[in-house]
Structures are given as structure tokens and as C-alpha cells.
Ligand binder design. Structure first.
Ligand code: DGL
Length: 271
């Protein structure tokens, strides 16, 4: 059986890269719904339906466990999938998201005042604050929706000075709140960690979900040998996307990096 990794697009490849680095032995299937990306401005119903379609596809392709690398899907759809969809359809399989590992990390690191940058839908769902407060009730949390970052990153405009102005516009209100930790709460933002660092004091811990998710996944598999023993360990990877458009090669390289993007072929998924 495989581990499935899902994202609304190809940005999740930056999370997948960290998972493959941490746990190279398993067989993975990546699915990016790049035909319908971005999810971040869509309604909750739409995000749930799209995520359910994706999860269905991955389970039909023999995934024992699915990591939803997309923050928006994790925030809006994960709980309902775990509570309604799984018991009705795949009792013995599992779906995990990125919000819980990040919340656990905030609690572990004892971060007191947390800033969150995320999509509109993730911010509106209030899921990050809820999840963090469950584990660390005294934490103060401040959120900013950053709708312009995803298109800018996908257009590879990160070196442009206008990008710094945009970052400041999103980050400054958080800095005014005297944050000591900053969650980069979208798959795409892993790519701009260094850029963000330029605009925040060194004392602010920047939390990029790829690494955190990968480390927590290792611990999860240790705690759940009944899942782990079902996983194939031939280091195979298969990549699916819902649209094989012109840009996928460039974006694959951007998000997977040189090392992992060599020889990658994307297959079309009809979900
Ligand atoms: N993958 C999304 C997330 O992590 C960002 C892109 C989108 O809006 O679909 O929230």
C-alpha cells in the first residue's frame, strides 16, 4: 500500500519533498488538483467536494494513508472527511492534515504569540487558532489572509522588489502584535521562507510546514505499527495532476527542487 500526498495544486510538492527526504523508503502517490487551484478563495462546500474527490482517487489507487498537504483543505475538509467519509467508505484507512502537526509544534516550542499567514479560506475557518488553543490554551494568535502571494509565487515573481512590499504589507500588522512565532500556513510559502526572514526580527521563529509535517509523520508511523506494516517500501513515486498544462514542468521544478524533479513525469488524473 502507498502513502498519498494531496494538494490543491503543485505547491504541495514542497511539502512532499520534505516527506521524501525524511522517509524515503515508502511508496508515494502525489496528486495535485492543478485544474482547480487555487482553493483558497472558494466556498467551504466546494473545497470539501474537491478534497473528497481527491481522497477518493488516492484511496482507489491503494493509498493506506493520505497526507493532505494543502492547508485550505486541511482546515475546511479534513475533520468532516475523518468523521463522515472514512467510517462510511474506508474504515481502516487514515487521512492526516498539516494543521495538527504545526499546532503541536507551536505547543512543543512554547511559542506564546503566533502570527499566521494563510489563504482567505484557511483564515476564515479559524481552524489554526482552534487547533493551537486545544494544545496550548494561553497562546495568542493573529491571522492575516494573503491572497496575492500564491499567484505571485506561481508566476515566479519572488525576486521582484514589489514582492517585498507585498510581504511587508502582510507581515507588518503581525509584527505590531509582537509575535514570537510565524506560521507560513500555505503550501506555497515554504518557498519564500528566506524572503520572509528578511522582514522579521531574528527572534521570531518561522514555521514552515513541510519539515514539521514530515517529522510528525515519522512519529505517527512509529505510534501506529498497524498502519506502518501495511506500507510498501520500494521507494516508488507516482505523480498525478488534474491538468497537464504547459506550466507543470516549470512549477514541478520550482516546488520539488532540482534534486527531486529530475525525471518526474506527471500523469493525468480524472477525478
Ligand atoms: N495549497 C493551498 C494551501 O496550502 C494554497 C493554494 C490554494 O489556494 O489552493 O492553503
Amino acid at each position: 500500500m502507498n502513502i498519498g500526498v494531496f494538494d490543491s495544486g503543485l505547491g504541495g510538492l514542497s511539502v512532499f519533498r520534505e516527506i521524501m527526504t525524511e522517509l524515503p523508503q515508502y511508496n508515494y502517490i502525489y496528486l495535485g488538483d492543478n485544474a482547480r487551484v487555487p482553493y483558497g478563495g472558494r466556498s467551504s462546500d466546494m473545497i470539501y467536494q474537491f478534497t473528497r474527490d481527491a481522497v477518493n482517487f488516492l484511496f482507489q489507487n491503494d493509498c493506506q494513508l493520505i497526507i493532505i498537504a494543502c492547508n485550505t483543505s486541511s482546515a475546511i475538509a479534513l475533520q468532516r472527511l475523518q468523521q463522515e467519509y472514512l467510517p462510511q467508505n474506508y474504515r481502516d484507512r487514515r487521512i492526516l492534515g498539516v494543521l495538527y502537526p504545526v499546532a503541536e509544534h507551536i505547543a512543543d516550542e512554547n511559542i506564546q504569540r503566533v502570527g499566521i499567514m494563510a489563504t482567505r479560506a484557511t483564515v476564515a475557518s479559524n481552524r489554526y487558532p482552534k487547533q493551537i488553543k486545544k494544545l496550548a490554551p494561553n497562546t495568542q494568535i493573529f491571522q492575516v489572509a494573503c491572497p496575492l502571494l500564491t499567484p505571485m509565487i506561481e508566476e515566479d515573481e519572488m525576486e521582484w522588489e514589489g514582492f517585498d512590499l507585498l510581504l511587508q504589507r502582510y507581515i507588518n500588522p503581525l509584527l505590531e502584535r509582537k509575535i514570537d512565532g510565524l506560521i507560513l500556513g500555505s503550501t506555497h510559502y515554504g518557498l519564500i521562507t528566506d524572503r520572509v526572514k528578511k522582514h522579521v526580527p531574528g527572534s521570531v521563529k518561522i514555521i514552515s510546514q513541510g519539515e514539521v509535517t514530515a517529522k510528525k509523520l515519522r512519529k505517527y508511523l512509529k505510534r501506529h505499527p498497524e498502519i506502518e506494516m501495511k506500507l510498501a517500501k520500494d521507494s516508488k513515486r507516482i505523480y498525478f495532476a488534474t491538468d497537464l498544462n504547459q506550466r507543470f514542468e516549470k512549477l514541478t521544478k520550482l516546488f520539488l527542487g532540482e534534486r527531486f524533479s529530475k525525471g518526474v513525469t506527471l500523469h493525468l488524473a480524472n477525478i
